[in-house]
Design a protein around this ligand. Sequence first.
Ligand code: ACO
Length: 309
Amino acid sequence: MTNDDWSKLVDTTDEWITTRTGIKERHFAAPDQATSDLVVEAAKLAVKDARVDYDEIEVIIVGTVGADNAYPSTGNWVQKKLGLKPIPSFDISAACSSFLYGLILGDSLIKAGIANTILVSSAEIMSRIINWEDRNTCVLFGDGAGAAVLRGSSGEEGILSSCWGADGNLGDLLVQPAGGSAMPASAETVAKKLHSVHMKGNEVFKHAVRRMEESAITAIKRANLTSKDIDLFIPHQANYRIIDATIRRAKIPLEKTYISIDKTANMSGATIPVAIDMARQEGRIKPGDNVLTSAFGAGFTWAGLVIKF
Ligand code: ACO
């Protein structure tokens, strides 16, 4: 769906969206697809790429704010749809930071000896939870899914460092107010469009820049590296101006920064794994590269990782 497509539905223009956000187009799931269907497609590609068998997977972690149902978890549906054994499968809710939270959790399970092969995925169907009449938010998001197979290794590759955090005091700045225990669904909540994204964009912008910079710098330091050692930075893609401000503050050159927001918009937690895959397919990541990634999202939540490929 292009910016021009949106301009036929709400009072906006390609020029406004492009200059304010860097977004040119986004992809929306088909009406008969649920979040778990997107995870299954991404998982199949990841399993093939990792050259593992499905029955080697010991845990499924899915990051999403748009689960198929309130319960069971999307992870449970993925287990069923992939025909896997009765392994632990569950969701984590960390919005745009959910893939990085999932990697940190999966890495910790491996290092603790609890499991050795873990499917980590993040997926969102944002088109189902945006207010299609609110130009302030609807144009910013896309749908998608990404997945990775994590596996214990004695080699040099893998997650070199990580950091993560959250500040629930700022939760009201980016929230889907209704549909949970605090505000159960009613005719009134539907009429008032409280089941969609509510956001104070300017505030989110400021915190995103600060936390993404901080996460990037902390992850680099914890890996005992400097920013010169980073071969590619893959930031969360919410707004090109957030990325630009973050790299200026963290002193990371634009040439070493991967930008995919023009093609995908903000797919919340799915953004980073999809961007990693796009960068690999374009040859921007080579074996031995140090890839830095950092994310920020509703909660507020944030995280940073350095991964050696
Ligand atoms: N088309 C045209 N005009 C618009 C649109 C639109 N789609 N959306 C808002 N406007 C108008 C506003 O109504 C406002 O008009 P007014 O001055 O007459 O009231 C004007 O544009 C300026 O609005 P601002 O909010 O000041 O615009 P800003 O430059 O801050 O950009 C934006 C808004 C893009 C939302 C920005 O604040 C942003 O990206 N914030 C980060 C939010 C985000 O990405 N959240 C995603 C989830 S969190 C995450 O992933 C990090």
